[in-house]
Design a protein around this ligand. Structure first.
Ligand code: HEC
Ligand code: HEC
Length: 356
């Protein structure tokens, strides 16, 4: 929303930047994306214009808000219930899978798992990589294909998904909770005044309330707050390239992505996936290989990458991005600078301990 509202301001700033010679054209590159290339831009000189980059970063990206949208009605009781449910394996077919098993949050983990695709409750793996739940509620939709509108709708998905938690009906989920000690009381406290508090909708509401506490700003936000020394000169160079090379056109907004859909292979065809992405939801030809542009907050901590976790290192992910989305061949220096910037997006939410 905020991102769209800023569209006008963005084009204005872009014009300004273009006038200042800060926005280079797309240069065609003769060889493959993983080949090393020559220095493609005299970024050093243009770094003089740091004030303009700083302004652009504020306009295109922006500081992570302290509170996630939708959290107005979240009470401590609701968050506590959501957290208990998030860690509870009871809501899976063989009582062997919780949300937390695929989206780890304890011991400094970054809200995802470490495998290309995660194994569900029946031992079968899905076809997609698990994104992080940290900061997820700031995105404009949920899932790689955007099929869930928000966190509440999303939370119902995996519980009933035959290859994730694999329960068959909402009644089965609720039936399991009714048998567990303490849940009735916890639901009653979380949803006071509700005549039937233990419901599938309330379960999803509570999990979403817990996820909305997972707000995790990083050093980048300190920079935007005005602490100009929050980033090293290499990190600033990385941010400059992120903007000047047009990464920001897709990975925009406060989550540095997660605000629009785009095709993978925009400028040069990408043959690394047979997942049709949004096409599976809309059945529109133009949506083939279109995905929600992933957010890059904490991306340095959520390898492997891309929709099926088919890319193992950030170096390769960044290289492939420049090639397939922007027709640009990066130098070794570009790659390390861009990754240095991405590291400033690391952040931890308030500490999460496994409930007893
Ligand atoms: C078996 C592993 C597994 C389990 C269990 C699981 N997830 Fe996920 N989660 C995934 C995968 C894989 C995706 C991506 C699926 C897709 O986009 O089609 C995902 C996507 C998400 C997203 C969307 C993030 C984004 O950026 O789009 C959220 C939020 C999320 N899961 C929360 C949960 C919650 C809450 C639970 C428990 C109710 C849960 N997950 C259970 C693997 C799992
Ligand atoms: C035209 C839009 C577009 C542009 C421009 C773009 N990206 Fe992406 N980016 C995407 C999409 C779409 C994906 C998901 C690809 C997939 O999974 O198949 C993605 C994925 C990524 C990932 C992997 C994230 C993850 O969690 O798996 C990284 C890292 C990334 N981009 C960085 C960059 C950088 C750095 C640039 C600039 C050099 C850039 N992107 C330019 C659209 C774009």
């Amino acid at each position: 929303m905020r991102y769209r509202l800023l569209a006008g301001a963005i084009s204005l700033a872009f014009l300004l930047a273009a006038a200042a010679g800060l926005v280079p054209g797309h240069g065609a590159s003769p060889e493959g994306p993983l080949a090393s290339g020559h220095s493609s831009l005299h970024v050093q000189e243009k770094l003089m214009n740091w004030d303009i980059i700083f302004l652009q970063a504020r306009i295109y990206l922006g500081r992570l808000p302290a509170i996630m949208p939708g959290s107005e009605a979240d009470t401590p009781e609701r968050v506590a219930l959501g957290k208990k449910l998030y860690f509870d394996r009871c809501i899976s077919i063989n009582k062997n899978k919780s949300c937390h098993d695929c989206h780890l949050l304890t011991q400094g983990r970054a809200g995802a798992d470490v495998t290309p695709t995660s194994q569900g409750a029946t031992g079968i793996s899905g076809k997609r990589n698990a994104p992080t739940v940290i900061n997820a509620g700031f995105q404009f939709t949920q899932f790689w294909d955007g099929r869930a509108h928000d966190l509440m709708e999303q939370a119902k998905g995996p519980i009933l998904n035959p290859i994730e938690m694999a329960l068959r009906t909402p009644e089965e989920v609720i039936g399991c909770l009714r048998k567990e000690k303490g849940y009735f009381e916890a639901f009653r406290r979380a949803f006071p005044g509700d005549s039937d508090p233990v419901s599938f909708d309330n379960l999803a509401r509570a999990i979403a309330a817990f996820e909305r506490t997972l707000v995790a700003p990083g050093r980048f936000d300190r920079l935007l707050d005005g602490q100009k020394n929050a980033l090293s000169s290499q990190e600033k160079r990385g941010l400059t390239k992120f903007i000047q090379y047009h990464c920001v056109e897709c990975h925009g907004g406060v989550t540095v992505g997660g605000q629009l859909y785009k095709i993978i292979g925009l400028r040069r065809p990408y043959s690394g996936t047979d997942d049709l992405g949004r096409y599976e939801i809309t059945q529109k030809v133009e949506d083939r290989f279109v995905f929600k542009v992933p957010m890059l907050r904490n991306v340095t901590r959520t390898a492997p990458y891309f929709n099926a976790g088919q890319v193992f290192t950030l170096e390769e992910a960044v290289t492939l991005m420049a090639w397939h989305q922007l027709d640009r061949r990066l130098t070794a220096g570009d790659i390390t600078d861009l990754i240095a910037f991405l590291r400033t997006l690391e952040g931890n939410p308030p500490r999460v301990e496994e409930p007893h």
